[in-house]
Design a protein around this ligand. Structure first.
Ligand code: UDP
Length: 236
């Protein structure tokens, strides 16, 4: 039995690179599609938001002389590219998937509305909500918080390359310890970089719990959905 009825899965663009330095690693993309297929077969309604950091980030573009708003728009288009790639991999794996976009660009994807997303999920389609919030100066973490709240997801599953939230960066500090669960207030008080502040505050104010877990280890998504105690749960 799946632990949640409807989820918002946030995938990082950067993880899509796999071993590469840029772009999309087909192996990682295929693994993501298989993991999503596994939980789709459990009857879970799945909404997905994917980042674009493997292709372009507005903030780092601004550091190289790009106009910030244009750079952020490039970043949002990068999320559309990743979303199309993931939908293609899902369809190849036998899972119906649809890309919605926060910026009008038919026929690449239909313009996002909450009702279109919910209707498709109720019909068994995986819905990938691309182009972030559609606005510059936001991130896909904020986009996924927003979409998670809008589609009335039970939880946001934030797939990363670390296996949860630690007292300090485990890649830099060997004494860092992992939280099994933590409150939003404590995340904020400790200044833990789980998501950016805007995204964290939105989830806290709208009571959307998140589970941060290692999505790059195949099988973990199903483990989270089956109720195994992996990752870190953040709640009010
Ligand atoms: N972005 C934006 N508005 C949004 C979502 C994303 O402007 O609502 C841009 C922003 O420039 C960001 C880029 O898209 O740097 C890629 O998203 P993000 O860095 O969040 O991707 P990830 O780190 O998850 O790969």
């Amino acid at each position: 039995m799946a632990r949640f009825k409807r989820i918002l899965l946030k995938l990082s663009g950067e993880s899509l690179m796999g071993e590469k330095k840029y772009g999309i690693d087909e192996k990682r993309l295929g693994e993501y599609a298989q993991q999503i297929k596994e939980i789709h077969e459990m009857g879970v309604q799945i909404g997905i938001v994917i980042g674009g950091g493997n292709i372009f980030r507005g903030l780092s573009g601004a550091g190289k002389g790009f106009d910030r708003v244009k750079g952020d728009q490039m970043g949002m288009l990068a999320t559309v590219i990743n979303s199309l790639g993931l939908s293609s991999a899902l369809v190849a794996a036998g899972v119906k998937a649809r890309v919605l976009t926060a910026i009008r660009m038919e026929p690449i994807g239909e313009f996002y509305t909450k009702w279109k997303a919910i209707e498709a999920m109720e019909n068994g389609e995986v819905v990938i909500m691309s182009a972030g919030t559609g606005n510059p100066f936001f991130t896909t973490d904020t986009g996924s918080s927003l979409r998670g709240i809008e589609i009335e997801a039970d939880v946001m599953l934030k797939g990363t390359r670390v296996d949860g939230i630690y007292t300090a960066d485990p890649e830099k500090d060997p004494t860092a310890t992992k939280f099994d669960e933590i409150t939003y207030d404590e995340v904020l008080a400790r200044g833990l970089k789980v998501m950016d502040l805007t995204a964290t505050c939105m989830c806290k104010e709208n009571n959307l719990p998140i589970i941060v877990f290692d999505m790059d280890t195949v099988g973990n998504l199903k483990k989270v959905m089956s109720g195994e105690n992996i990752g870190t749960l953040v709640h009010n």
